[in-house]
Design a protein around this ligand. Structure first.
Ligand code: HEM
Length: 461
């Protein structure tokens, strides 16, 4: 960490400094430039304004890793440790407040965190151990979802235009979320649509969140009565003392985590289509390496939710006061010259010492699953399409404005399907007009909300 004078600062005194807002048009289009500006001005830790709240933004690799590892238990993620929040000084309408109030394992500490992490670890194991039958069934299901989505997006013809973000990368992991949770087919489709509304944070997001919380609580109660072969039941089996409220809050993390997976899928597709060497390497099965390289260059979870020091601590060129909010930037840490400068840019295997999956006590528990979904999604797409041409150059792609994720808003491409016919599953089949009796006029079968939404995107092109 940087040596030198340690001016005592706190988020409140920061508020009186002329600090710049982190989120801006510049940040949406090129966060790397904003990071470098902050690094040049302040060093590895910079004061920033996050939607009206002063926050310490950590840009140095060593500093981010140090806080993540949390040796000496100095750092907490519990929102009650945030001094301004505890003193009621964070505006109730601050848009990110609901994220910090979820009260799930991602914000827990000590024995409670250990208990919740243990349940996740055990429940995810059948999906993340390759030889386990559940992992194999999930692989087949992901392939089928991929083929169904490609089938539907190409209903307009074997060549055409598609938005791979909306029509492929985003729905696919949400369908996986639905399968993992263990909803019935009909209920699951409504849930997928609500998940979509919630992660898009549009005007109906709050109502969607409430419906989802109720749906997760109902689901947890149903699985307690009658367990199945799904993540919800495995969590209950791992820790039968989990209450319905605890289960609902943990399960509600899943859609968001799978939306990060969607952004990884998009970022990997962009890397493959814009880099002929990578495109070539796909044929020799090097997708895993590409996924790692993309997670390093463009981490989907670009910035992490806050940590709060329990005592005054030195970090970068400042002393951070106890209870100040600190946001770790994985993306800025990966671009830190002290880290990136030491990497061999021509190495065949990119470094695994990156922080895209976090580190320390809150390290990601689902990274193998996320990698698996991404790998299959990318494999199927390039196996099914002989040609995928981006409609925009990489530096003009539109990004979703977000303080936490680096995700494309859309990924328009021109596609050409290979000649092989791959049937879609019954769920994804187009509705057909069928008379229900010889005397009745033909009426189209009812459509599922998910597939009719996706078909709407095909027509809208
Ligand atoms: C590309 C997709 C994903 C990325 C980039 C990602 C990355 C991360 C990172 C960086 C953290 C640490 C957050 C922090 O320290 O503040 C985390 C935590 C976590 N991840 Fe992932 N993750 C992804 C997908 C998943 C999936 C699919 C699952 C499970 C199905 C999962 C399960 C978890 C859990 C349970 C935690 C919380 C651990 C804790 O706080 O103790 N992640 N993830």
């Amino acid at each position: 960490m940087t040596n030198g004078p340690w001016p005592l600062q706190s988020a409140e005194t920061m508020a009186s400094m002329s600090i710049e807002p982190l989120l801006s048009r510049d940040y949406d289009t090129n966060p790397g430039l904003v990071h470098e500006r902050l690094r040049a001005r302040y060093g590895p830790v910079a004061p920033v304004d996050l939607l009206g709240v002063p926050v310490w933004f950590v840009l140095g690799y060593e500093e981010v890793l140090h806080v993540l590892q949390n040796k000496g238990a100095v750092w907490s993620k519990n929102v009650d440790r945030w001094r301004a929040y505890a003193e009621d000084r964070v505006p109730a309408e601050w848009p990110l407040l609901p994220v910090f109030q979820v009260n799930s394992s991602a914000f827990a500490e000590g024995a409670n965190q250990n208990r919740l992490r243990a349940a996740w670890t055990k429940a995810l194991a059948p999906y993340q151990e390759h030889s386990h039958p559940q992992a194999q069934l999930l692989d087949q299901a992901i392939r089928q979802y991929a083929d169904d989505l490609i089938g539907v997006l190409s209903e307009g013809g074997p060549t055409g235009w598609a938005d791979l973000a909306a029509q492929y990368a985003r729905p696919l992991p949400l369908m996986v979320a639905n399968r993992l949770l263990g909803f019935s087919a009909a209920r699951g489709e409504e849930v997928v649509m609500d998940i979509w509304r919630m992660v898009d944070a549009g005007p109906d997001a709050a109502a969607a969140f409430q419906r989802l919380y109720d749906a997760m609580t109902e689901l947890a109660a149903a699985k307690k009565r009658r367990p199945g072969e799904d993540l919800t039941s495995y969590m209950i089996e791992a820790d039968p003392d989990l209450t319905l409220d605890e289960l609902a809050r943990e399960l509600l993390m899943l859609p968001g985590l799978l939306d990060f997976t969607a952004s990884l899928v998009c970022n990997v597709v962009v890397e493959v289509v814009s880099n002929p060497v990578v495109r070539e390497s796909l044929s020799v099965g090097a997708i895993d390496e590409t996924v790692n390289r993309v997670a390093l260059l463009n981490p989907p979870m670009a910035n992490l939710t806050f940590r709060f020091p329990l005592t005054d601590v030195k970090l970068g060129n400042y002393t951070i006061a106890a209870g100040d909010p600190v946001m770790l930037s994985v993306a800025a840490a990966h671009a830190d010259p002290r880290f990136s400068g030491a990497l061999d840019q021509h190495a065949i295997r990119s470094t695994r010492a990156h922080l895209a999956w976090g580190a320390g006590p809150h390290q990601c528990l689902g990274h193998r699953l996320a990698t698996q979904i991404t790998t299959i999604a990318v494999q199927r797409l390039f196996a099914r399409c002989t040609r995928l041409k981006p409609a925009l150059p990489p530096d003009q792609l539109p990004w979703r404005p977000s303080p936490f994720m680096r995700a494309l808003r859309s990924l328009p491409v021109q596609y050409q399907l290979a000649d092989t016919r791959v049937p879609v599953s019954r769920e994804a089949e187009a509705p057909v007009a069928r008379p229900s009796s010889p005397d009745e006029a033909a009426a189209p079968q009812s459509r599922s909300p998910l597939w009719s939404f996706l078909r709407g995107l095909v027509r809208a092109r």
